[in-house]
Design a protein around this ligand. Structure first.
Ligand SMILES: C[S@@+](CC[C@H](N)C(=O)[O-])C[C@H]1O[C@@H](n2cnc3c(N)ncnc32)[C@H](O)[C@@H]1O
Length: 214
């Protein structure tokens, strides 16, 4: 699931340049029975399968390093935010645990995991893409990954506002024109126009952001 993600585009280049390193592990490598069983039916009944504690404890205990952060991706975790992504970008080593089916044995969460993160209020079939989303979001904060550091400063959520609209050449396409102010060369006016669009967009789609104080 992660091959293209780890080799292509901005993140792939960051990995190639040695700015971050990502290793993918198969939990079955830490199973001990001949069927390499990593999950089992839930106690108390119910549908689906639950990841067993033994291979997860064995894997994390072998892979962890002093001070590393052990994260479980889960819809009932703390929502991913830019501040959290930035905090994670400063960690030396993170282990992401991805659940499947019904999730993982609660004892793993209680005794092994340092932080639980959700990438949104919806349910995915497994945590692998969620881990990729977190890695992508934190990767953007690692110096050098984006190339041009300035590109971070105007993004959505910086200063609680969504981003402004972007245009590129041609100035006219099928009768659709670019706002004149962007062609004016007047940087003060452009800044003002962009800020107004940010406020407008945020009011329209995320008024909750304008009410947040932190
Ligand atoms: C089908 S989900 C399990 C959902 C769990 N039974 C619940 O209702 O909270 C399987 C796995 O996908 C991952 N997952 C699903 N949605 C996610 C989300 N929004 N954020 C992070 N991880 C998610 C988790 O690792 C989870 O263990």
């Amino acid at each position: 699931m992660l091959d293209g993600f780890l080799t292509e585009s901005i993140l792939g280049k960051g990995i190639d340049a040695g700015l971050l390193e990502v290793a993918v592990h198969d939990l079955r490598a830490w199973t001990t029975d001949k069927h390499r069983t990593a999950d089992d039916r839930p106690f108390g009944g119910g549908a689906g399968m639950v990841l067993k504690p033994e291979p997860v404890f064995a894997a994390i205990e072998q892979l962890q390093t002093p001070g590393c952060r052990r994260i479980y991706l889960t819809p009932d975790g703390v929502p991913l935010s830019p501040a959290l992504a930035q905090d994670l970008s400063r960690q030396q080593h993170i282990i992401f645990l991805s659940g499947h089916y019904e999730g993982i044995d609660q004892r793993i969460r209680d005794h092994l995991i340092d932080q639980e993160i959700s990438i949104g209020d919806y349910v995915l079939t497994n945590g692998t893409l969620a881990a990729a989303v977190v890695i992508d979001a934190l990767g953007r904060f690692i110096p050098g990954v984006l190339g041009e550091e300035k590109s971070l400063t105007h993004e959505s959520f910086t200063g609680k506002l969504l981003d402004f609209p972007q245009y590129t050449r041609p100035a006219e396409f099928r009768g659709m024109t670019v706002p004149k102010v962007l062609l004016s060369g007047d940087h003060g006016k452009i800044e003002k126009w962009r800020h107004a669009r940010q406020v407008e967009k945020t009011q329209q789609v995320r008024p909750d952001l304008l009410k947040q104080t932190t």
